[in-house]
Design a protein around this ligand. Structure first.
Ligand code: GLV
Ligand code: MN
Ligand code: MN
Ligand code: MN
Length: 417
């Protein structure tokens, strides 16, 4: 490949990752990070990133929900651009690499290409997505869903957070005011889209490989269950008279785990990660419990079959215990398939850099899941220690990050030709 050698300034990039990690609401110091969408902290992180993009000479534009675009104009700016990006929001008590390696890595890739004298024909555009994580509104990837038309402005506006504020109120209070129907990307906006991300799984490290070339992203679904029982005095109500919402929720949670373990699909994973107990007092029988279900598979038919069986078992538990159990599907998305053109470009870039690589599936979801609906899309994975993610000890070495950024730089340069 006759590309400029991308000279990555890895010390600068690591310093920027550390600065970003310090913008956090986590009670623990970095590398523990909490950065929830539309909080003051999220806004400070956005300001930091926007400042860096502008310093690098990129033209920044922000859409009505805060998706942030930073463009290096190509020689033929009217052509569909090549996009790359990820997210800066971070779930409570998580790590400093999820998403951030993508939004800062592409900046470093662009700086390296610029300083090597590259002049792309197509514009190269950074895209920092609003709210990849589902922390606040129960649904992940709200920025990329709206950009790709996967959710309507009305559906998005009505999502509610745990303080019962709707998405529209919250985004406007955060200073993002334009009409929601202006967010969807025009057709053929991107010629190609590539997201750089840590693997969030153990495969690359175990196989001592530098680069994962993503071929597909697993299909995620999220549900919210509500169990309604009977509250009462923890001393006064004898055990035979109880209709405890929490013990019913516990039994459903165990049924979910069992069904996931027994699924014929090895790719099926299910997690109950949030539980809200009402009234939440030591000496009061729980009268209402809300809990989340995150369930995924490469194949959405397998996933949906397990969701149906969970519903059947939940109703049996409800009847036996004399409680009511309802559920609501927040999202149930199909998987995404990466474009051959991007897979080929990433593999060629890794080969040119003499980096080892393999094709693999992404079990985590990413904004690329939705951008793949509107543009040829692919992802570059780098290893992370122990496959750990969504934890403060999430870690990739500077060399691993550098390899990912170099691969991204060459891939972008090739796609922008
Ligand atoms: C996103 O972080 C996911 O849960 O895969
Ligand atoms: Mn994440
Ligand atoms: Mn992520
Ligand atoms: Mn993700």
């Amino acid at each position: 490949m006759s590309q400029p050698d991308p000279r990555i300034n890895i010390d600068r990039l690591i310093a920027e990752l550390q600065c970003l990690a310090a913008i956090s609401d986590c009670p623990e110091p970095p590398p523990a990070v909490t950065r929830v969408v539309f909080t003051e902290t999220d806004l400070r992180a956005r300001d930091y990133l926007t400042g860096l993009y502008e310093q690098a000479g990129l033209a920044v534009r922000v859409d009505a929900i805060g998706n942030t675009f930073a463009r290096w104009e190509g020689a033929e700016p009217a052509l569909p651009a090549v996009g790359s990006g990820s997210h800066t929001d971070a779930i409570p008590h998580s790590g400093m690499y999820d998403g951030t390696v993508g939004v800062l890595g592409v900046l470093e890739a662009i700086r390296a290409l610029k300083s090597a004298g590259a002049q792309p024909r197509r514009s190269i555009e950074v895209l920092m997505f609003t709210s990849e994580e589902p922390t606040r509104f129960g649904m992940g990837c709200t920025g990329s869903r709206l950009l790709s038309g996967a959710i309507t402005p009305d559906e998005l506006a009505q999502l509610r957070d745990s303080d019962d504020q709707d998405y529209d109120q919250v985004r406007q209070a955060a200073g993002f005011n334009g009409p929601l129907d202006s967010v969807e990307l025009p057709s053929e906006y991107y010629h190609a889209f590539v997201e750089l991300h840590i693997e969030q799984g153990p495969v690359l490290e175990a196989e001592r490989l530098d680069i994962g070339v993503v071929t597909a992203i697993a299909a995620p679904a999220a549900l919210q269950f509500t169990v309604t029982g009977q509250g009462g005095h923890a001393g006064g109500v004898l055990m035979p008279a109880r209709h405890d919402a929490l013990t019913a929720a516990a039994e459903v949670t165990l049924a979910i785990e069992r069904l996931a373990q027994q699924s014929r699909s090895p790719d099926l994973v299910a997690t109950v990660g949030q539980l809200d107990v009402h009234p939440g007092a030591v000496n009061s029988i729980p009268s209402r419990v809300r809990f989340s279900l995150d369930i995924r598979d490469i194949n959405n038919d397998n996933r949906d079959a397990v969701v149906r069986e969970i519903g059947v078992q939940a109703q049996a538990i409800a009847e036996r215990r004399g409680v009511a159990i309802g559920s609501r599907v927040l999202n149930a998305d199909p998987p995404a398939i990466a474009a051959d053109s991007i897979i080929d470009a990433v593999e060629a870039a890794a080969d040119a850099l003499r980096l080892s690589h393999r094709r693999m599936i992404s079990r985590a979801y990413h904004d690329s899941l939705f951008i793949a609906r509107v543009a040829p899309t692919g992802m570059i994975f780098i290893p992370c220690r122990g496959g750990v993610s969504h934890r403060p000890d999430e870690f990739s070495t500077p060399d691993q990050i550098k390899a990912g950024v170099q691969t991204l730089a060459l891939t972008l340069a090739e796609l922008a030709k």
